[in-house]
Write a protein that binds this ligand. Structure first.
Ligand SMILES: Cc1ncc(COP(=O)(O)O)c(C=O)c1O
Length: 503
């Protein structure tokens, strides 16, 4: 492909994307394909000779779109948002066009320097304490990682290394392997699955501690777990607190957990993957009170801040620890300006890294602080509007709400609420998923798409009401849960439990 063809292909693709997003309401949010649908639509082998870009374009609607779940549809209300914006997409284009690998300052100075600057902009934007920023006098700093999962894992490995060093400083005779085998980590039973996975990958048992009735991990629970482990001869090392849990968007109490971590010298990592974007609005910053106790903090602009994936913003209070844990050097990686700016390869798992700061720069400049605040506030307002619709309808019971998420159930009980989710999924007009709240099966409705408007909330609600009416027509009051059992086969029920969002 020469540059003239690239111009044509690229422009056609920009048009295609703009049309796709302009008309996304016309598509069902969920696809109707079965596993294995794609294979028969393409040849078994790669083509022997190159094809014209137009024939590739033609296959997008035929091969790809039938199997796409439209995450940016205003009718997508499952999981949590994944960001998408035009400046973000254009930033990705330029990043691909430049195609540099920024593992050190020297390997592409603009890649490192823009990232340093953007992490300062972003940190200030969400009100992070000064000591986490690259521009502070201390050794704090920020980096863009690929995911919140990666950040949690990186923080765990760093905590492990720091703990081993600290212990070896006092007891040099102790075997490193024996120390590592005794380390333990803590989080709540509401934390994202990636937190448990980090413990698994890092060979550090992750205790999933029970939460209070609002889904928050409290001080007494953490203290008791630490004390039990210490009594058993183990070494508490790492704590992950969540600001905005995946199931119900609950916030752990940092003002309680932070001092415990300080006192016990445990690394405190904060996972604010989804809700962290809300701290752009000063009125939500009370939810991060106690953040000054953290050793590391992460949130995903690629979830709720309109920066296309991947862009997970991670800050550490003391970058020396992360560099000590991740530094493996080779002569070919050295350069004459070392130490002046971060060599980000020492802060991450992979060696190579993309120029991800470009899309962040484009988004922050295109929307400005006010534009991003408006986006967050309007999505929260839409959720509150939905909440009122739930509360005003006597067939439903409101469970909880936080940020852009509302959880509710049918008063008729768990079984009928499960049926509601199943039927909505079969109809494919809106997409919601369930979770458990205080032992009950509830529907999670999240305002996800940047394109969602009040008319879409009304549409989603009318869809829910229509299906609920249909279900309640076959329901005999006074016999909650029992009457529709025949609609729900045992195998479907167990499948649903597996699909139920971790909680
Ligand atoms: C609280 C929380 N942490 C972590 C994650 C995982 O994020 P990522 O896909 O960036 O690893 C999620 C995803 O929904 C989440 O809600």
């Amino acid at each position: 492909m020469d540059s003239d063809q690239f111009r044509e292909f690229g422009k056609a693709m920009v048009d295609y994307i703009a049309d796709y997003l302009d008309n996304i309401r016309n598509r069902k949010v969920l696809p109707s394909v079965n596993p294995g649908y794609l294979q028969p639509t393409i040849p078994q082998e790669a083509p022997q000779t190159g094809e014209n870009w137009k024939s590739i374009m033609e296959d997008i609607e035929r091969v790809i779109m039938p199997g796409v779940t439209h995450w940016h549809s205003p009718n997508f209300h499952a999981y949590c948002p994944t960001a998408n914006s035009y400046p973000g997409i254009v930033g990705e284009m330029l990043s691909a066009g430049i195609g540099c690998v920024g593992f050190s300052w020297m390997s592409s100075p603009a890649c490192t320097e823009l990232e340093v600057a953007m992490m300062n902009w972003l940190g200030k934007l969400i009100g992070l304490p000064e000591e986490f920023l690259n521009c502070s006098n201390g050794s704090g700093g920020g980096i863009i990682q690929g995911s919140a999962s990666e950040s949690t894992f990186i923080a765990l490995l760093t905590a492990k290394e720091r703990m081993v060093r600290n212990i070896k400083n006092v007891h040099p005779q102790l075997d490193e392997g024996l120390i590592k085998a005794k380390l333990v980590a803590y989080t709540s039973d509401q934390a994202n699955s990636s937190v448990e996975k980090a413990g698994m990958l890092g060979s550090m048992p992750m205790r999933l501690l029970p939460t209070d009735q609002n889904g928050c991990l409290r001080k007494e629970t953490l203290e008791e777990a630490i004390s039990n482990d210490k009594n058993a001869g183990l070494i508490p090392c790492y704590v992950v607190a969540t600001l905005g849990t995946t199931g119900t968007c609950a916030f752990d109490n940092l003002e309680e957990l932070g001092p415990v971590c300080r006192r016990e010298k445990l690394w405190l990592h904060i996972d604010a993957a989804y809700a962290g974007s809300a701290f752009v609005c000063p009125e939500y910053r009370y939810l991060m009170r106690g953040v000054e106790y953290a050793d590391s903090f992460d949130f995903n602009p690629h979830k709720w801040m309109m920066v296309n994936s991947d862009c997970s913003a991670m800050w550490v209070r003391n970058s020396r620890h992360i560099v000590e844990a991740f530094n493996v050097d080779r002569i070919y990686l050295h350069h004459e300006h070392e130490g002046v700016a971060p060599d980000y390869r020492h802060w991450q798992i992979s060696l190579g890294r993309r120029f991800r700061a470009l899309k962040l720069w484009f988004v922050l400049r295109s929307y400005g602080v006010e534009g991003i605040q408006k986006h967050i506030r309007s999505q929260i307002e839409l959720a509150r509007y939905f909440e009122k619709l739930v509360k005003d309808d006597s067939r439903f019971e409101f469970a909880c709400s936080s940020m852009g998420l509302v959880c509710f159930r049918m008063k008729a009980g768990d079984r009928l609420t499960q049926t509601l989710v199943d039927k909505l999924t079969q109809r494919k007009n809106i997409y919601v998923i369930p979770c458990y709240f205080q032992g009950n099966y509830v529907v999670r409705f999240v305002v996800c798409s940047r394109l969602t408007e009040i008319r879409d909330i009304d549409y989603g609600w009318s869809e829910i009401c229509e299906v609920a009416s249909e279900i309640l027509n076959g329901y005999i009051p006074g016999k909650p849960n029992g009457e529709l059992v025949s609609l729900v086969t045992v195998s479907n029920m167990s499948k649903r439990r597996e699909n139920c969002i971790e909680h």
